[in-house]
Design a protein around this ligand. Structure first.
Ligand code: GAP
Length: 506
């Protein structure tokens, strides 16, 4: 997608999310705070449905995964053992000119050569090399006519050299994406938020907000094993907030400083780890497709050897083509026996598993599907945003903005309207509305204004079904149901409305 279209789409989405109550900047009345977001009445429902869908599909509908809810602040020794205190660092660079600060692994210097001549070099902030080149092309197009002329000549293929600011070849300098001046060398910055527990603020009371939910699971491995009858292979799932002091939060909620994770640690025999890794890679990809993300916008990207953390045997990212570029939604990793071994060494507690049948004792391997609720919500919102036309009450096509969210995720499942505010129609409509609510289905009752306008308001909120009570209802107890996406209207019996919605949101 061209950068200007992508920016425009993001601007429209951000504006709709604010206007309709999906997402607000945190503490907005005080000017906000970078990297923190609040979810409004529609947003909180969207997030709740994502979390419920994940919990239902990954925990409740399986025999081999159980859940836990561990504390956000843990004994700081956890983060020593896991390696976070020493190595949960981002490389940080500053611009010598404008003083802006960047994550060095997200700043690229791109040089464009045409026939060995360096035509153009620029700094670009991006998630990967592919995006960096696209960003450089956009910048070049707007700044260098000479570049345009040469690069468009089909005989003169441009060649790109791309350097990450923390992996520069000797003698070269990284450039600031904002002002083009030089960047400092990279230095380490620990991303954990620090706090103090109790009345004293000294090193003995220092503690950290968890940067991932995973360690709460590892620390409870023994407890879960001892209190359930689970046998390996099995998984422990957790949904919860995590915190990272990101150097440069950006792309709306995509990179935030406070976010929610959905993580499973799946424990298996070391010889079965490859098989389970493949299984979870496929499962997690399909989960997003099943909830409406188009598979041509999703991809599974296997990490290259050099990208893998030292304890990781394999890792793949589920990536989504956001308007601002292709970026990670979830990572699936084979973490080997690293975490349990580390905790066994540090705590002195036994983290082995004893297999009754084979009489073998071993530390299990772990396959970890680790996703983010906020990133999933953003992907579903981007996918859902659509502009088309819908007929008004006179049958004339009118432009509309519609959020085509999967019915399972839609914040409001149904809206109920009386066509007019008289002749007993509001009473019948209210009865249907109450029946929907009593069945646990979020319903919205609206009797104000032209019915076309009422439909349009629900389209923006992503409500999949609108039921209208009209003159005919009073004679044959049928109502119209209008489908948000196809705009098709059919009549069904008023006493079938609850069942109609229940069947379609599964
Ligand atoms: N336990 C492994 C782990 O935490 P990660 O790749 O660092 O791995 C997992 O994070 C997921 O958490 C990511 O795929 C993403 O969905 C979400 N996530 C990580 N950092 C985030 C941030 N700053 N803002 C929003 N979501 C984030």
């Amino acid at each position: 997608m061209a950068e200007s279209n992508a920016n425009e789409l993001m601007e429209k989405l951000v504006s709709l999310c604010k206007r309709r109550g999906f997402i607000f900047p945190s503490s907005e009345i005080y000017g906000g705070i970078n990297g923190f977001w609040d979810y409004g009445p529609l947003g909180v429902e969207l997030k709740r449905h994502i979390k419920n869908a994940w919990w239902e599909d990954m925990v409740l509908r399986r025999d081999d995964v159980v859940g836990i809810d561990s504390s956000i602040i843990m004994n700081p020794k956890v983060w020593e053992a896991s390696g976070h205190l020493v190595s949960f660092n981002d490389p940080l660079v500053d611009c010598r000119g404008c003083k802006a600060r960047f994550r060095a692994d997200k700043v690229f210097t791109v040089v464009c050569f045409v026939q060995q001549e360096a035509l153009f070099s620029t700094g670009v902030e991006a998630d990967n090399e592919e995006q960096a080149i696209l960003g450089a092309v956009e910048k070049a197009n707007s700044k260098t006519r000479r570049f345009l002329v040469k690069a468009r000549d089909p005989k003169l293929q441009p060649k790109w050299e791309v350097f990450r600011a923390d992996k520069l070849p000797k003698g070269s300098e990284a450039l600031c994406p904002l002002c083009g001046q030089g960047l400092t060398d990279a230095r380490k910055f620990n991303m954990m938020f620090k706090t103090f527990v109790g009345a004293m603020e000294d090193s003995s009371s220092a503690a950290y907000l968890r940067p991932e939910t995973a360690q709460g699971i590892f620390c409870n491995f023994r407890n879960v094993l001892d209190t359930t009858r689970l046998k390996i292979p099995f998984g422990i799932a957790q949904i919860g907030k995590s915190f990272r002091n990101e150097i440069n939060p950006r792309n709306y909620t995509f990179r935030s400083r406070e976010f929610e994770q959905i993580e499973i640690e799946f424990f298996c025999h070391p010889t079965e780890a490859d098989k389970w890794y493949e299984y979870w890679r496929d499962q997690r990809f399909q989960w997003y497709v099943g909830l409406g993300l188009r598979s041509d916008r999703l991809r599974l990207r296997d990490h290259q050897e050099e990208e893998l953390a030292h304890y990781c045997k394999a890792c793949a990212d589920v990536e989504y083509a956001f308007p601002f570029g292709i970026a990670e939604l979830e990572g699936i990793a084979n973490r080997t026996d690293f975490d349990l071994t580390q905790h066994q060494k540090s705590s002195g507690r036994d983290m082995t598993y004893f297999d009754d049948e084979s009489k073998e004792r071993y530390i299990p391997y772990v396959i970890e599907p680790s996703g983010g609720v906020d990133r999933a919500a953003l992907a579903f919102l981007c996918e859902a945003y659509c502009e088309d036309t819908a007929p008004d009450e006179h049958g004339n096509p009118q432009p509309r903005t519609v959020m085509k969210l999967h019915p399972r995720l839609a914040p409001i499942k149904a809206a109920v309207f009386p066509l007019v505010k008289k002749d007993g129609m509001p009473e019948v409509a209210l009865k249907i509305h109450q029946a929907l609510r009593a069945a646990g289905l979020a319903s919205f009752y609206d009797e104000k204004g032209a019915v076309g306008r009422r439909y349009r308001r629900q389209d923006e909120a992503g409500t999949p079904f609108c039921f209208t009570v009209d003159g005919q209802t009073l004679q044959d107890q049928s109502v119209t149901v209008r489908d948000r996406d196809s705009l098709v209207q059919v009549r069904i019996a008023a006493n079938q409305v609850v069942e109609y919605v229940q069947q379609r949101i599964r």
